[in-house]
Design a protein around this ligand. Structure first.
Ligand SMILES: Nc1nc2c(ncn2[C@@H]2O[C@H](COP(=O)(O)OP(=O)(O)OP(=O)(O)O)[C@@H](O)[C@H]2O)c(=O)[nH]1
Ligand SMILES: [Mg+2]
Length: 321
């Protein structure tokens, strides 16, 4: 399978919640594999997106947003450690910043300072190149800021060996091509790691759960998105009994009072979540599907290690999947 000068490697997409890591992954792949929403902490588990062309295969690893989280065995801890684990042994650190918000790397106990510290520690273990990508530049184009101006990142560059800075927008696709080209250039020579047509390491079943989770993030407010976990109970292939694939998903909430909030008046909310999820899943699968959603109360699942594990969020010491 080895081709002349073919390059392959792993890139960790790192950054605070909501900076656009998952959006960038989807944009790079040209397909929607990662859940995206306007609310922070949409991504909970790492996800590999595999980009392949004639010259290279690059495995982009989407991660949950890194933030200073209160300690304790909870979903937050799982998410942050999931992101930090992804940074071990990569060929490039791609640090994303939200260009539409003030950047504060020096804020004491701030998320960015925490991220810089973590990148520094990982870089010490394996000194892979480090790029900064300033995303969402479309929102500030009128301000005529040159986001690639190094002086804007002086403080960061004092702490970290930043090699290149890119200004990008996943929305308008600005700067994406240049970024991809530069990423390719720093990948080591190597063989294909995955089959050419593979887009992600996530089974369809899990992507389906992520899509439903994404719609919950879009369509519900308050604590609801953060209290929900989606579990695919059945994924039935078409056959004699059914014309289309049939998916049964359980949405776990943390307490009784959240059930009516998720279901909505006369079932309106859950119906909308179901319809939007079905549309996106159908697009992804290229076939009609039947989707059934069930709501279940799993008391305080976000703080219960056993329940977290059951729902696929195993904490580090208990072994990861
Ligand atoms: N205007 C604009 N919005 C963007 C851009 N990229 C992402 N967004 C929006 O930013 C929000 C967050 O995007 P995500 O991709 O979910 O961010 P994330 O970094 O993966 O967030 P977490 O998973 O919570 O860590 C969504 O509403 C996106 O549509 C961009 O280039 N321009
Ligand atoms: Mg994300």
């Amino acid at each position: 399978m080895k081709k002349n000068n073919f390059r392959s490697g792993f890139v960790a997409l790192i950054g605070r919640p909501n900076v656009g890591k998952s959006s960038l992954l989807n944009t790079l792949l040209g397909e929607k594999v990662a859940a995206v929403s306007p609310k922070a902490q949409t991504t909970r588990k790492r996800l590999r997106g595999i980009y392949t062309d004639k010259e290279a295969q690059i495995v982009f690893m989407d991660t949950p947003g890194i933030h200073v989280a209160p300690e304790g065995k909870n979903l937050n801890e799982f998410c942050v450690s999931e992101a930090l684990d992804t940074m071990v042994d990569v060929d490039l650190f791609l640090y994303l910043i939200d260009g539409s918000r003030p950047y504060k790397p020096d804020l004491e106990n701030g998320d960015e300072a925490f991220i810089l510290e973590k990148i520094k520690a990982m870089h010490k273990r394996k000194p892979a190149p480090l790029f900064i990508a300033v995303n969402k530049v479309d929102l500030w184009l009128d301000k005529k800021i040159n986001f690639t101006e190094q002086s804007l990142f002086q403080d960061t560059m004092k702490k970290l060996p930043v090699e290149k800075i890119f200004a990008i927008s996943t929305k308008t696709k600005t700067g994406i091509e240049d970024l991809l080209k530069a990423v390719k250039e720093v990948m080591p020579e190597g063989e294909m790691l995955y089959p050419e047509d593979e887009l992600t390491d996530r089974p369809l079943r899990e992507i389906t759960a992520e899509i439903i989770q994404e719609k919950i993030f879009y369509l519900t407010g308050d604590e609801i998105p953060y209290s929900c976990a989606v579990e695919i109970e059945k994924f039935l292939e078409p056959g004699e009994k059914r014309k289309f694939p049939e998916i049964h998903a359980i949405i776990h909430v943390e307490k009784n009072s959240q059930k009516p909030m998720l279901i909505g008046r006369g079932g309106k909310k859950i119906k909308e979540i179901g319809e939007k999820s079905r549309e996106t899943i159908e697009q992804l699968m290229g076939t009609k599907i039947v989707l059934k959603l069930f709501v279940k109360v799993s008391e305080k699942w976000t703080k219960n290690p056993t329940k977290l594990k059951q729902l696929g969020y195993a904490l580090p010491k208990e072994g990861k999947t």
